[in-house]
Ligand binder design. Structure first.
Ligand SMILES: [Ca+2]
Length: 113
């Protein structure tokens, strides 16, 4: 006699990513991977004590926040478009040189201290 196991697993989750955000961000293998789409977007990377926060659209609202202990490098792939990536250091512990990679077609990035 066989038993039919019927399992209905709801694996569909609404993640932390807001639907409107044109960037996605996740930690993978110790690297915080930030990906933009083809549109022109502003991205502010806030280097805060213990946390790196991302403000997509530079509208003052934090869209993503990651614990600094979960990654050792940051990779930004801004995608196509005239993206503007700003790094703002709000802590005395700046991101180590070389740990931040910014890639993207028309990416224009600068650093504010
Ligand atoms: Ca935002």
């Amino acid at each position: 006699m066989g038993t039919v196991a019927s399992a209905c697993v709801a694996a569909l989750g609404f993640g932390a990513a807001p639907a409107m955000a044109s960037y996605t961000a996740q930690v993978q293998n110790g690297t915080l991977q930030i990906k933009g789409d083809g549109a022109s977007d502003k991205l502010v990377l806030l280097n805060e004590p213990g946390t790196v926060a991302l403000d997509v659209g530079a509208d003052g609202t934090i869209d993503f926040s990651f614990d600094r202990t979960t990654f050792t490098a940051i990779s930004v792939d801004a995608g196509k478009g005239a993206d503007e990536v700003t790094v703002q250091d709000l802590t005395a512990q700046p991101l180590p040189d070389g740990s931040l990679t910014i890639d993207g077609g028309g990416a224009d990035h600068h650093r504010r201290q």
